[in-house]
Design a protein around this ligand. Structure first.
Ligand code: ADP
Ligand code: MG
Length: 442
């Protein structure tokens, strides 16, 4: 991709410069993209000085036109012969297969603009590791989690990182498209070609793999593709809305393979992460978002980042059309429907009662000084929920729990968050509690 862009730059320069200047300065350049910086490597020091004097401005202009404004250019000197040899080898390899992408990858989904928090840091790290050394670490990498939590974003980020490296051929499919292609191949008696296409890639990414559940011939075909790739250590990345365990209609042999590598889940982000995501999205889109509005959205829209983003987009569109700036009042008006769900205010008392009830302890023990685990633990859960579901500050929460210090509250929140991330059953328990406290919110 980068090479193609550079070819375009070269073509434009050729049209612009006299042939002698083009041949002398531009034609011998080698290019490389490293860390987002375009490296132009000249065959010698003398050469480089001439180049800079003679056509650096023209190059900058065309590079910006093709690669985008502000693209950083770095000039360097390389061993001319070695460079050429290397470039030829690169080109030959590239012609063969490397750097090819089959499937639509959204270039906006990158690691850099993914906000990391306790709910997703594990998956994030796993995806980065796979992007660094595909086929070597976790194979397959199986990512699962609820709707709108960033699964597709993350695997596109892996693909984009691999595209940058320009060394791997990648195939990206949704489970649905994979299935449809197979059906089509069967219909046109071209299953052999279908098979070969997938077995040649270095990295195979299947999004929403749950779609193949219960589809016998798709599972069969996928099973063989999986084996063929896995055997020669090609990377497989799978995304699903469920764990392999919970794919009830998945063939057993596929289920066991899905568990061979690393299974990582992504949880709904906590309030802090939701706020950070909102601010990041606003910044990317050039939206001015004050913190009260952000808080309103993040505290009400809790379970789906896509919805959170959608709310921001709507708000921004409305602000533009009416030529006003975004405010809390506007948000309440424009997003009435979305915000309504959590409109009911919950207070600390409510939470303490519900949690005490749930764990069958006396409500007054929420404030007592007793420290036995069967009491301390529900108390910590309740503190955590107060932080998540009310606007109270840590000191205020501590106060309401028998005058405890804010650091005690902070500790409880961290502990519960960690346990939630590591223990799916407990996580469900907390979600049930949230649901019972905020009946309409989930
Ligand atoms: P999923 O595939 O899990 O349903 P997506 O990957 O499509 O979800 O994410 C939905 C939207 O939310 C995307 O626009 C994505 O960029 C955004 N998103 C989700 N999580 C994050 C995050 N942690 N940081 C930044 N954006 C996120
Ligand atoms: Mg998705």
């Amino acid at each position: 991709m980068m090479q193609e862009q550079w070819q375009e730059v070269a073509k434009r320069l050729k049209e612009k410069l006299e042939p002698a200047r083009y041949d002398a300065w531009v034609a011998p350049l080698q290019v490389e993209m490293r860390g987002g910086i375009l490296h132009l490597i000249a065959p010698g020091r003398f050469f480089l000085d001439g180049l800079k004097r003679d056509c650096a401005d023209d190059i900058r202009r065309e590079v910006e036109a093709v690669f985008g404004a502000g693209t950083e250019i770095c000039y360097g000197v390389g061993d001319a012969v070695a460079q050429h040899v290397q470039a030829d080898a690169d080109r030959a390899r590239q012609d063969e297969r490397a750097g090819r992408v089959d499937g639509n990858i959204d270039s906006r989904f990158t690691f850099a603009n993914f906000v990391v928090g306790p709910s997703n840091e594990f998956v994030f790290a796993a995806c980065q590791a796979v992007a660094e050394r595909p086929g070597e670490h976790y194979n397959p990498l199986y990512v699962h989690g609820g709707v709108g939590l960033g699964k597709t974003h993350l695997i596109h980020a892996v693909a984009n990182a691999l595209i940058q490296q320009n060394r791997h051929s990648i195939a990206y499919r949704t489970g649905e498209r994979f299935t449809n292609e197979l059906i089509e191949a069967i219909r046109t008696r071209s299953t052999q070609a279908f098979r070969e296409r997938y077995r040649q890639v270095d990295v195979l990414i299947i999004d929403d793999v749950q779609f193949i559940e219960g589809k016998t011939s798709t599972q069969e075909e996928f099973f063989h593709t999986f084996n063929a790739l896995h055997e020669i250590r090609k990377q497989i990345i799978l995304v699903s809305d469920r764990s392999p365990h919970n794919m009830a209609h998945l063939e057993e042999r596929l289920r066991s393979r899905f568990n061979w590598g690393l299974v990582a889940d992504i949880q709904p982000p906590n309030l802090e992460t939701r706020l950070a995501i909102l601010h990041s999205k606003a910044e990317l889109a050039g939206i001015v978002l004050d913190k009260d509005v952000a808080y309103l959205l993040a505290s009400r829209i809790t379970n789906n980042v896509r919805e959170l983003e959608g709310a921001l987009t709507r708000l921004n569109a409305y602000a533009h059309l009416t030529r006003q700036s975004i405010s809390v009042d506007m948000a309440r008006q424009v997003l009435r429907e979305q915000l309504r769900v959590a409109e009911r205010v919950v207070d600390i008392d409510d939470i303490q009662k519900k949690v005490a009830d749930y764990y069958a302890i006396a409500p007054k023990d929420m404030k007592s000084s007793r420290r036995s685990r069967n009491i301390a633990f529900p108390r910590q859960v309740a503190m955590f929920l107060c932080k998540e579901l009310t606007r109270k500050s840590l000191p205020e929460i501590g106060e309401a729990f028998g005058g405890r210090d804010h650091t005690t509250v902070l500790y409880a929140c961290r502990k519960i968050e960690e346990q939630r991330a590591g223990d799916a059953e407990f996580n469900d328990e907390v979600n049930r509690l949230i649901k019972s406290i905020q009946p309409d919110s989930m």
